[in-house]
Write a protein that binds this ligand. Structure first.
Ligand SMILES: [Zn+2]
Length: 412
């Protein structure tokens, strides 16, 4: 071949190679889901007033209140609707309530046919929260009734602590003060909100094994976010273990997959009206497309082997969703067993709850395995798990993960 032809051939090969490694692959799974956009209900942001001199509003990020009505002299109803249907029964609500005069009222949380899930959190500043006593919640069919003392100063009533896009960006910026962290924005959501990313390692990134961590695909899952925060902060605790781990590994963190859903106060879906954690084979949603492309492109360019994928969520109880034994990459086959055993041993009087599944749905857990042959686990924290225990568990989970992955390095 003449030099010109060789150069052309090399150029074409290079382009083909970079195309081949730039995007996430499409996959076929036994339970496919249509993740093309589905219309959502737009929540009107406004002040709601009643003749009884009691008011409510939803004029802040993360709010959800679709109507507010007076049912009797001292009983009021907050109407909470989902962004669209069908949808999981995870009725997120968040609003402020106040009154012309100091008074006690009964507030009905009316979930428009869906079931009560979240114990109310109360706050006078939107930052510090108390939990409403669960045994004082009365039920009316699927709805919940609570007693509130209200006054002129607004009281926040929220399904969980309010942690929205601006809070997560602030947290990322704080983490980026650590010398091992670089923060960037890897793309935009459908509504133009940032998709933040933390890249964590010591020194050169190239050829290191990678752990990929994602969070907040489902907006109400605040306890999963708290778990991810504790997990990342432990990796950055500047201990000898952390240093050794980051000398040998890189952590790719995408802490906010669904900023639109979070700020719109969605029960589950993206602004495209889709459960984002069913889109990890098709990438129809802007957010899954941007993040998967970022992971694939950068790990390929830097020759990082993705060894572990972790996706943080919340559900009714603490559980680790793992891949079943048939779906394990040979050199990482023991990771989930080794890690979960070490977590169990690291927390006194704690028993690990593991639920293995085959590859069935187009979720992130399947994707980490199919795209990278990585060990893959969905880290679920209960809605009601005590916040101090979430922190303990996050610490122990990070410490043991670092120890287990380093022990593999030593063996190889
Ligand atoms: Zn979830």
């Amino acid at each position: 071949m003449r030099p010109f032809r060789i150069a052309t051939f090399l150029f074409v090969a290079l382009v083909l190679h970079s195309c081949a490694t730039k995007h996430a692959k499409n996959f076929v799974l036994p339970e496919p889901v249509n993740t093309k956009d589905h219309p959502i209900l737009i929540q009107m942001k406004k002040n709601f007033g009643t003749h009884g001199g009691v008011y409510a509003d939803n004029k802040f990020d993360g709010a959800r209140l679709n109507d507010f009505i007076q049912l009797s002299q001292d009983t009021f109803a907050a109407i909470i609707e989902p962004e669209n249907k069908p949808i999981n029964s995870s009725p997120w609500y968040s609003f402020r309530i106040w009154s012309d005069r100091e008074r006690d009222i009964v507030l009905k949380l009316d979930y428009t046919g869906y079931g009560h899930r979240y114990v109310p959190k109360l706050s006078v500043d939107g930052e510090n929260w108390t939990i409403y006593p669960e045994d004082e919640i009365k039920r009316d069919g699927e709805d919940a009734l609570i007693n509130l003392s209200i006054k002129k100063k607004p009281l926040w009533v929220s399904a969980q602590e309010l942690i929205v896009t601006k809070d997560i960006i602030n947290w990322c910026e704080k983490m980026a003060e650590h010398p091992s962290v670089q923060m960037s924005i890897v793309g935009s959501s459908k509504l133009g909100k940032p998709l933040p990313h933390l890249l964590i390692t010591n020194g050169d990134i190239k050829r290191k094994d990678a752990v990929v961590v994602i969070g907040r695909q489902h907006p109400p899952e605040v306890t999963g976010f708290l778990a991810m925060q504790a997990f990342i902060e432990k990796i950055l605790d500047k201990s000898a273990l952390s240093n050794k781990f980051l000398d040998n590994h890189v952590v790719y963190v995408y802490p906010l997959m669904n900023p639109d859903g979070v700020d719109l106060g969605h029960w589950r879906h993206s602004a495209g009206g889709i459960d984002m954690n069913r889109d990890w084979a098709y990438y129809h949603q802007e957010e899954t497309k941007a993040v998967t492309d970022h992971i694939v492109f950068n790990t390929s360019k830097r020759k990082n082997k993705v060894v572990v994928g972790l996706d943080f969520h919340s559900t009714w109880e603490d559980v680790y969703y793992t891949l079943d034994k048939k779906t394990q990459t040979p050199d990482l086959a023991t990771f989930s067993d080794d890690w979960l055993k070490a977590i169990g041993e690291g927390i006194p009087d704690y028993e690990i709850n593991e639920a293995p599944y085959p590859l069935n749905q187009p979720i992130s857990k399947a994707w980490f395995y199919l795209q990278f042959n990585a060990a893959s686990i969905t880290y679920e924290i209960g809605d009601k798990t005590p916040r101090d225990f979430i922190k303990v568990k996050g610490d122990v989970s990070a410490k043991t993960m670092m120890e287990v992955l380093l022990s593999y390095k030593e063996k190889s």
